[in-house]
Design a protein around this ligand. Structure first.
Ligand code: CP
Length: 314
């Protein structure tokens, strides 16, 4: 038995280190399913999951959908442009309508911070946060931690450097909560204007000096400049940002020889990361995508309260 008791996964901030460990260990045991010739188990047969994506997504949306299919769930896919919220319907009313169709779980991405939390309070069914505004992206942090643990064998004692637009990054926020709970050190690096005030209070180190910060990092996680969330300029030009903060082969000469390069995607090649590093030997960006599937299967399985993955291997 997993010992998992939560109805929802809305943020890493709520989870204990033991709960994070449970998700990572469960994902590890589920990885093998995707290597079978028949990549499917009956765990969620008869359950219905609604995927509500009110913000653009490639990786997270298809990862959840594939995870649900691997677990044999029935799926409803609703996007911002295809839902009646585009005609002015309140999110609460959209959800009430979905609930009346007897769905068992809701996965939601929304530009509004706290939207999944409000749903989780309002609904009896499980709610999974697939990214809410600039607040949290819990399954991304879980897959990032899984990938680091898989490659390095541990999280405790590692130094994980985040570079870029920390201010608007839900990925950074969820990772800060998760990594510090799991005993890793977190360093944040970017222009002062993209570092949230008083973020050190979360137990992280902050610097604007990339060349110094890369030297003792075990992992470098790059964050995209989120132009869609910026209503003002936070630096003079993209070119100036890239000169100061891009991770490229030149900068990597200062890093540890076994450093991991991570990025949640989508990558802006030539801005936060050069193509040769994105596609180079230190990059685990595509491993992150692969591991995201196992993490989302684990989250759906744990939230479903299913007693076991399957009765016997197919
Ligand atoms: N990492 C991530 O959230 O990517 P998408 O926006 O493509 O889902």
């Amino acid at each position: 038995m997993s010992g998992w008791t939560r109805k929802d996964l809305v943020g890493i901030v709520d989870l204990s280190a033991a709960e994070i460990g449970t998700v990572l260990d469960t994902a590890k045991s589920l990885q093998e399913i995707s290597t079978r010739s028949i990549k499917k188990v009956p765990t969620l047969r008869g359950r219905t999951i609604a995927n509500l994506f009110f913000e653009p997504s490639t990786r997270t949306r298809i990862s959840f959908e594939l995870a649900e299919k691997r677990l044999s769930a029935d799926i409803l896919n609703i996007t911002g442009s295809t839902s009646s919220t585009a005609k002015g319907e309140l999110l609460k009313d959209t959800i009430r309508n979905i609930e009346s169709l007897k769905v068992d779980m809701v996965v939601i991405r929304h530009s509004c911070t706290g939207a999944p939390h409000r749903l989780a309070e309002a609904l009896n069914v499980s709610v999974v946060n697939a990214g809410d505004g600039i607040n949290e992206h819990p399954t991304q942090a879980l897959l990032d931690m899984f990938t680091i643990r898989e490659k390095k064998g541990r999280l405790k004692g590692l130094k994980v450097l985040f570079v870029g637009d920390i201010l608007h990054s839900r990925v950074a926020r969820s990772n800060i909560w998760g990594l510090t709970k799991m005993g890793a050190s977190v360093v944040l690096c970017g222009p002062k204007t993209l570092l949230p005030p008083r973020i050190e209070e979360l137990g992280v180190t902050v610097t604007t000096n990339l060349r110094e910060a890369v030297k003792d990092a075990d992992v470098i996680n790059l964050l995209r400049i989120q132009k869609e969330r910026q209503d003002q300029s936070f630096f003079p030009s993209i070119r100036e940002y890239a000169i100061a903060y891009q991770i490229n082969s030149e900068i990597l000469k200062k890093a540890k020889p076994d450093v991991l390069i991570m990025h949640p995607g989508p990558v802006n090649r030539g801005i936060e990361l050069s193509s040769e590093v994105a596609d180079g030997p230190y990059s685990v960006i595509l491993d992150q995508v692969t591991n995201g599937l196992a993490i989302r299967m684990a989250v759906l399985y744990l939230l479903s309260g299913a007693k076991s993955i399957e009765s016997k291997k197919e």
